[in-house]
Design a protein around this ligand. Structure first.
Ligand code: MRU
Length: 365
């Protein structure tokens, strides 16, 4: 398997001391527009509105948002500590399912509190350094997941390495969802570095992360991608056209149950029914040992109105339903651990039983 550095032309965050810019993903693929965030509340609003989304990326954006907040507040004393802590508490609640958001906030809180007595400028510098470290760790984790995942898939599937490998993915777990090459799409990029790969991207209604984002970033990097209506995934899997499904995760419970974008569970069921390996790629910041099982994972319910619109993030959202009829929108679902063949992290791969596999990976340095 390749050891060459894996790359992408796609980057959704541009952050440095005194600067936090986020690519507005609501406007992709129409245009590449950036949002300047000068405070924790601005970062929280970008996260809540899905301008920035994807579990690892919202953790990184939150970390930089808290660094920006410290710089904005500028000085020690007075209400500095209380104001920053209150902003951190609001930011942490911007979305409930992705545990990476909490991981990012907790990392920053630790540094903020341990620097309580130091001069303000030094405290700000320490927070900015921590956000940069957290971002770099995510970038490195993506590269490592790519290599581990590609090795696992190659070993499991074997076959002719010159024939196109058909991979199905759901939602967007790519460069647009991380600080690096992506989780699921990091595995795809690592595979594509050594053999031809053809990706089926579930469109992922109603926000269209697959059709708008996965298709955009893979096409930009020259990786073969075809969009599938979500409702076609099961029959395409049944037809034998999919060699492996690889998805990301927003939170993984201690027993290996996986919360990811709604629709993932159906993909996993179809894969198991038709003997197709189902792989989840996620950094260890997505593992939540405090959640014993998927039942304990908080699932975000978004406004049902988003389901009734053809393009909820577009300029002219078109209503597709009769007026007055409501809709339900659980934004995530939980795939039971027994349907997951492999969980790929930066520290290695867990196979069943995942409770033991994940505990082992979490204990590694
Ligand atoms: O609502 P979103 O777009 O934030 O949901 C994102 C997903 O479900 C991704 O699959 C998940 O965060 C993994 S990202 C590497």
């Amino acid at each position: 398997m390749t050891k060459t550095p894996l790359g992408t032309r796609v980057t959704p965050i541009d952050a440095a001391p005194g600067r936090l810019r986020l690519l507005d993903q609501r406007r992709l693929p129409r245009e590449e527009a950036w949002i300047d965030c000068g405070s924790a509340d601005a970062a929280a609003e970008a996260i809540r509105s899905l301008a920035v989304r994807g579990a690892p990326l919202i953790g990184v954006a939150a970390a930089w948002g808290l660094a920006a907040e410290a710089r904005r507040l500028g000085g020690a004393g007075g209400s500095f500590d209380a104001t920053w802590e209150a902003a951190a508490a609001r930011l942490e609640k911007a979305r409930p399912t992705a545990v990476n958001l909490r991981s990012g906030v907790e990392r920053m809180r630790g540094v903020f509190r341990s620097a309580a007595g130091v001069p303000a400028a030094e405290r700000v510098a320490r927070l900015e350094a921590e956000a940069a470290r957290f971002e770099a760790e995510d970038r490195e984790a993506c590269a490592a997941m790519g290599r581990h995942g590609a090795e696992w898939v190659a070993a499991r599937l074997g076959g002719d390495p010159k024939a196109p490998l058909r991979v199905l993915t759901h939602c967007n777990a790519g460069a647009l969802a991380t600080a690096g090459i992506g989780t699921a799409l990091g595995v795809v990029r690592a595979l594509a570095a050594v053999r031809p790969v053809a990706v089926f991207a579930d469109e992922t209604r109603p926000f269209w992360q697959g059709a708008r984002l996965t298709a955009w970033e893979l096409a930009k990097d020259g990786i073969d991608v075809t969009i599938l209506p979500d409702v076609a995934a099961a029959s395409v899997i049944a037809s034998g056209k999919v060699a492996v499904a690889v998805v990301g995760a927003d939170r993984i419970a201690a027993n290996g149950d996986v919360a990811n974008k709604v629709g993932t569970y159906g993909v996993a069921l179809a894969c198991r029914a038709h003997g197709v390996p189902f792989v989840v790629a996620a950094p260890r910041t997505t593992l939540d040992p405090a959640c014993p099982s998927g039942r304990d994972i908080p699932i975000e319910w978004r406004d049902g109105a988003e389901v009734l619109l053809l393009d909820p993030s577009g300029e002219t959202p078109l209503s597709v339903a009769p007026e007055g009829v409501p809709a339900l929108y659980p934004a995530f679902d939980v795939t039971p651990a027994e349907l997951v063949d492999a969980i790929v992290t930066e520290a290695g791969v867990s196979t069943a039983p995942h409770a033991e596999g994940l505990a082992r990976l979490l204990a590694l340095p």
